[in-house]
Design a protein around this ligand. Sequence first.
Ligand code: ATP
Ligand code: MG
Length: 195
Amino acid sequence: MGGTFDPIHYGHLFIAECSRHKFNLSKVLFIPSGRPVHKKRLDIQPPERRLEMTRLAVEANPNFELSTIEIDRPGPTYTVDTLEILHNLNAFTQEYFFITGADAIMEILTWKDVDKVLELCQFIAVTRPGHSLDGINKVLDSLLEVQRSRFHIYETVGILVSSTEIRERVSMNEPIRYLVPDNVEKYISANGLYK
Ligand code: ATP
Ligand code: MG
């Protein structure tokens, strides 16, 4: 599961856990992005901070793991490179599923080397409130069957939270407790993030 994770919140953790269960995944790797190619926001927190918050958020779940693979790599982040590195690390013995919310899934078709990306992993598109899965089905139906079969739509309980909402709430001194794990909330407040 990739993301900017600025900060990580229960929406991320929930879709990761649900997908792991539904698709029988052995574990979920959380991969905070280095320099996201598609993110236009300039005041994004430095990688070390997003990494630390992700570490704190996943530590309580033995099936979750943090990966620094994108942050450690210089230059812009391309998923195709990440997937090739992951496959090479285990000699192509593992199958990978990329977990995304319904809002992010369609961007994939614009990614670098999308054909290669679809060979290297399958995609799980999970319910996100405010983003219809119907439209996604239409777009997917226009793909070739080999590509179509690499996408899985997964409808589950929608969690209405975003990192944008968290950042705004912190800046307005509104509570974020129960939207992010306690240790992430403490990290944000101890380091004065998003003020
Ligand atoms: P921002 O508001 O800064 O864009 P975000 O909450 O969308 O942050 P990202 O790091 O952009 O979080 O998202 C990483 C992945 O998690 C994306 O695939 C996104 O679709 C998914 N995601 C984030 N929040 C939710 C949610 N509440 N429900 C379902 N999917 C989510
Ligand atoms: Mg987002």
